[in-house]
Structures are given as structure tokens and as C-alpha cells.
Design a protein around this ligand. Structure first.
Ligand SMILES: *Cc1c(COP(=O)(O)O)cnc(C)c1O
Length: 394
């Protein structure tokens, strides 16, 4: 092995412009929330077409804030896809609501309106569809089901910033009340840790901003008691310190100027994967050609029928790791987790999610990869499968 760099499944891309933007904040008067946070929020509004944006400490805080602003609490049920990151479900628990899992499509991992409808009860108050891998869940259809159930829709778009058709970008909240993003380093843009909620109304935006900073209100017109002077503030609800810093916001603003370029590169790399895998005997891309057009291409996930091939996924991952290629599994079905089992979930109730989980593998995809890297990944994947004795299932 010559010293080719290790290819993780995902990573950030930081340029000198990003570094300069952060250094500039370091020399300014504000390190924590200052002018850069508002600028990032305005840039997010411009990038998505949403009415409002509230930047917070991370994507999980964004989900928590969204559940709070939606008024969810004990006795309420929140429908969440069985295949997602833990945070999508946990946010409902943070506000005391119950998580009700919906099954997903075994081939795409996406939740459908039909699966959401099956899980609706008189207690359903919210649905959180996830745009898994950057491909879009059918939020318009899910919103119809949610409306009938009198529930609010919160999109978990942690994978999908920069995705969607030009006329209805992810984050615009066309069919939802709120959409959350994460700026974790593996996502499309990063602030180190960071996140945001896009909201369709000023009332939600006000609740979200308040929740981000201890539940404090400062505007004289909004006081419940009498305003006593310029030092005065009121805590009217319970909030947290979920603020994003100006250091992070400055990085986010600079990263956001490159979002289109990042997405274009991700799509080109994914198209190269698609071409190389077009007639592969063992490996099928998760994202269809049709869904690819508007996918934000966070993950390049493939389906491999490990059981039919007689190949261990763990052994394949280890072999590829030794060849300098990182892979990952997105995700273990959340109802499988001991915490959710203790609350009564049974993974066997989600055959689509289990089938998706057993066959999925995410290959490296990030904006500083080259097509040569993609070729190397596919060659290594194919040779590893053969070396592990993959047999043609015919
Ligand atoms: C990354 C992610 C989150 C959480 O974001 P953090 O910024 O890491 O807190 C939530 N949901 C999904 C689907 C994610 O991938």
C-alpha cells in the first residue's frame, strides 16, 4: 500500500477562507452570540427560501427546540421513522412525549405517508420525517396525513441541506412547520458543532429564540409583568443555553457560500459511483436515478444482500478499512435500542427497517474526494467481496 490518504465515509472541507473568517471573529468584540449569528440566519433564509431561521448549538438542540416550540409534552405521540439517527427520536423524549416508530421502505430507508398513517392515533401531535442520505421523504403527502391527524410536521433535514427542487428547496417549510439542519462535520456544511431550525411563522421563531437562551425575553412590549428598565428581562418559559457562537457562525457563513459547489461535487461523485455500479452483480445504489436529481447527497449508501452472498458485513468493513477505506452503517433501527425496548418497542414490528438495516452500507462521500477515489472505493469493494467468497445468488 502506497501512502494514499484514508478515506473516511464523510468529512468536512475547510478552506483558507473559512480559517480567515474565524480568525476575524477572534479579533472582534464578540466570541459568543454576536452579529455573525444573525448573518448566518439571514444566509440560511436566503439559501432555503424559509421565512425564518434560528441557529443553535447542534442539530439535536434544533430538534429539541422544535419539539418545544411545537408545544409537545407528556401524553403526546410523535411519529418518527424507525431508520434514523437517535436524536430524531430522543427529541420527543426530551419534552416528555412518546415516540411512535413508523416503518420505512426496505430499499430506500425513507418513511412514507402510508406508514405514517398506520401509526396515527388520537394522541398523535407531530410527525418527524427524515430525508435519509439527502434523498427527500414525501413531505407533501406526509403533511396531508398529519393534517388529518391534527399533527404538526417537523422535517429532520440533517442530511439534506442544499437538496430539493429549485422551486421547493429543503428547508423552505412549504409543507412543514419547521425544518432542522445539523452542521456536524460530516454534513454538507459545518460549524464544528451547530444546527438550525427553519420556521414558517414568526410565532415559532420567537419561541425557538427564547428556548435557545434560558427562556429569557427582553423586548419591553412582551413583558408579562411591568418593564422596569434597560437591565430588565423576564423568564416566561423554561429554556436552555443552546446558543451558537459567533466563531461557529462565521465559519457557517463562509461554508454556506460554498454549498452549491459542495452539492455539485457530491452529485458528480455520486454519479460516478452510479455509473461504476450500474451493472454490479452484488451492489445496488440506495438512491434511484429519479431521486438522485434532487438529493443533497449526504451519504452514498448501497444495498448488498450480505445474507444471500454469504459475506459478513463486519468482515467486509474491516477488509476495506485495512485498504484505507472507511465505511459505515446508517442506521441501526432505533426501536432495536435497549432504551426504546424498555419503553416497549419491538424491532420485529418494523420489517422494512430491519431489511434496510441488514443490507445497507455507506461508502465514502465528501466534497474533497476525487473521481479517482470513487474508482478506488468501487475496486476495493468488489475485490473484497470476491475475496470474502461472495457467491452469485442465482
Ligand atoms: C446528524 C444528525 C442529527 C443530529 O445532529 P447533531 O448536530 O449531531 O446534533 C439529527 N438527525 C439526523 C438524521 C442526523 O444525521
Amino acid at each position: 500500500m502506497v501512502d494514499r490518504p484514508f478515506l473516511p465515509y464523510g468529512r468536512h472541507v475547510i478552506g483558507d477562507d473559512d480559517i480567515a473568517a474565524v480568525v476575524e471573529v477572534l479579533r472582534s468584540d464578540f466570541l459568543t452570540t454576536g452579529p455573525a449569528v444573525g448573518k448566518l440566519e439571514a444566509a440560511l433564509v436566503a439559501a432555503t427560501g424559509a421565512a425564518h431561521a434560528v441557529a443553535v448549538a447542534n442539530g439535536t438542540a434544533a430538534l429539541h427546540a422544535a419539539c418545544f416550540a411545537a408545544g409537545l409534552g407528556p401524553g403526546d405521540e410523535v411519529i418518527v421513522p424507525a431508520i434514523t439517527f437517535l436524536a430524531t427520536a430522543n427529541c420527543a423524549r426530551y419534552v416528555g412525549a412518546s415516540v411512535v416508530f413508523a416503518d420505512v421502505d426496505p430499499d430506500t430507508g425513507l418513511v412514507s405517508a402510508g406508514e405514517v398513517a398506520k401509526r396515527c392515533t388520537t394522541r398523535t401531535r407531530a410527525v418527524i420525517p427524515v430525508h435519509l442520505t439527502g434523498a427527500q421523504a414525501d413531505v407533501a403527502a406526509i403533511a396531508q396525513v398529519a393534517r388529518d391527524a391534527n399533527a404538526i410536521v417537523i422535517e429532520d433535514a440533517a442530511h439534506a441541506l442544499g437538496g430539493g427542487p429549485e422551486t421547493d428547496r429543503v428547508g423552505a417549510c412549504t409543507h412543514s412547520a419547521m425544518t432542522i439542519f445539523s452542521f456536524h462535520p460530516v454534513k454538507q456544511i459545518t460549524t464544528g458543532e451547530g444546527g438550525a431550525i427553519m420556521a414558517h411563522s414568526a410565532a415559532l421563531q420567537e419561541k425557538l429564540s427564547c428556548f435557545r437562551s434560558h427562556g429569557m425575553v427582553r423586548e419591553p412590549a412582551r413583558m408579562e409583568l411591568s418593564y422596569e428598565g434597560p437591565w430588565y428581562y423576564e423568564q416566561q418559559s423554561l429554556g436552555f443555553n443552546y446558543r451558537l457562537s459567533d466563531l461557529q457562525a462565521a465559519l457557517g457563513i463562509c461554508q454556506l457560500t460554498k454549498l452549491h459547489a459542495f452539492i455539485a461535487t457530491r452529485r458528480a461523485l455520486a454519479a460516478r459511483y452510479d455509473a461504476l455500479l450500474a451493472s454490479h452483480p452484488f451492489v445496488v445504489p440506495v438512491t434511484s436515478a429519479q431521486a438522485a436529481a434532487t438529493s443533497a447527497r449526504h451519504l452514498y449508501s448501497v444495498r448488498i444482500d450480505f445474507a444471500a452472498l454469504g459475506v459478513s458485513r463486519g468482515a467486509l468493513m474491516e477488509r476495506m478499512r485495512q485498504a484505507g477505506i472507511g465505511t459505515q452503517v446508517h442506521y441501526i433501527p432505533v426501536p432495536h435500542q435497549p432504551y426504546y425496548r424498555k419503553l416497549g418497542s419491538r424491532p420485529e414490528d418494523f420489517p422494512g427497517a430491519m431489511r434496510y438495516y441488514f443490507r445497507t452500507l455507506s461508502l465514502p462521500l465528501f466534497a474533497s474526494m476525487t473521481e479517482t477515489d470513487v474508482e478506488r472505493v468501487v475496486e476495493t469493494l468488489t475485490s473484497s467481496l470476491h475475496a470474502l467468497g461472495a457467491r452469485n445468488p442465482s
